[in-house]
Write a protein that binds this ligand. Sequence first.
Ligand code: MLT
Length: 255
Amino acid sequence: MKNIPDLVLIHGFPLDQEMWAEQVRFFRAAGMGVLTPDLPGFGSRPGNPAHRCSIGAFAEDIHHFIARHANSPCMIGGFSMGGYVLLALLNRFPKDACAAIFIDTHPAADTLEARQGRLKSIADLQAEGIGALRQMPDRLLSPSAPLQLRSRVAEMIARQNPAGMIQAQMAAAMRIDQSPHLPEIKIPTLVIGGAEDVITPPNLMQRWCSQMPDSRWVEIPGAGHLTPMEAPEAVNAAISHFVKQLPQIALRPEN
Ligand code: MLT
């Protein structure tokens, strides 16, 4: 696949860009430019200053990353919290994207219960450090995910900085509802969700997917929330199919 827009992939919580390893390998082998930034406070990046603790500030960070490193407009994908960032980016910097891929995510703000859960998680992170997130692999993966994958995810979580995770939990807790903006997203969009996702279940995802005018939905059988790692072949196939059908690519004779 030649001359196609760069693919920028935004990771979720409490992970880093390494979660996209299988997508980077696959799409680079297909000749695409693939960029996987770490958000502030994740991977080896320091967090934002306290007054810039918001999903909007993460979106600005991705906007500046795209300006420095990618050929805009790009195809932009966001997994879970990365999807919150992608929605904020589309709202504020719509020219950055020519297509969007939402993976196991949703546009609504936190419910009161979810916010209370985040406050508890922040208190646990303050008290115990990153070990407070030791149950996360069980929420991110389906019960049938292999042990080796479970360990890889646990290792990725264990290397995150607790201060960055606290900041991200606060940013997610304060995010605003992006649902009213869904009909304004006129670019082609792909929404992917794991059939066994307990965090953003498929019926919820299908509902909001249909509110975007040019959207398509793909359900990944047998996978939990973290589909890019649990079912990389199916996720890569869905993205490939979507990319090949984008009007700007379909019109290019060399493809
Ligand atoms: C994620 O996977 O990014 C998180 O589950 C999202 C969240 O905490 O809302």
